[in-house]
Design a protein around this ligand. Sequence first.
Ligand code: FES
Length: 264
Amino acid sequence: MTATAVPVAEAVVAGVRAAGAHDLVSLSVPDGPGWRRSRPGQFVVVPADPTAGRILPEVLWLAGVHADPVHGTVFDLLLPVGRAAPGQVVRVLGPLGRGFAAPSEPVPVLLVGHETGAVPLRWLLEVLRERGCVVHVLLGASDPELHLDLVHLRRHARTVVLALPEDLTATLARMLADPAVDPAVVYAAAPVPVLRDVAEEARSAGRTVRACALDLAGDTLVCGTGLCGACDLEVVDAGVARVLRPCLEGPVLPGEWLLGDEPS
Ligand code: FES
């Protein structure tokens, strides 16, 4: 498997505002087709730069992309508080990866996330609401402090349900059986073991799942550009078992692939 050429941009921090336990950092970049096509579930890479004290690349979820004639193209990242300041220049590769596609019709949907791995869902929620979807959210976290920007999620979602990681699957089962939720599609962003549980539960309930299968918050460092192999994932695609590299072929995949079934 080989890495593909990736777009590089000089991004300038245009604004920083508080978002729960993080900063929502907005960066302006030159307009380009990649940014115009960008979707939740895509990411950027901040390359290693030993002269700036960064010896490893950093992979970050896109938390939003906006374009208008006044501000140009601006993308958002959710970063630790104090990490970025207005005017700072950052070299980024991206947007990279295949993101979530919104349903063609406005349908009820359920977003399932885990701690800060749920960043793509924050933006997806906005996109789905703009499409007229009723959105329900289920978030798992081992500590309430690790839930992501709940004020924003509660502003846009019909319901936001919080669960401990050990209760996530049972809570999901209850929500899938609840006529007031009744999602046509489940979108999930979480570590792969959680995604497999979500896909299994949703399959049992006869629901379609789309899973964002790249763990940026785990213990394993990832490059985001297909070089390190740290993200390699066993799937069954069209009945054939194979190893897939989510940073190149995903990260958004049919949840059924994580179960060994053909995608719906
Ligand atoms: S993250 Fe390095 S190959 Fe995918």
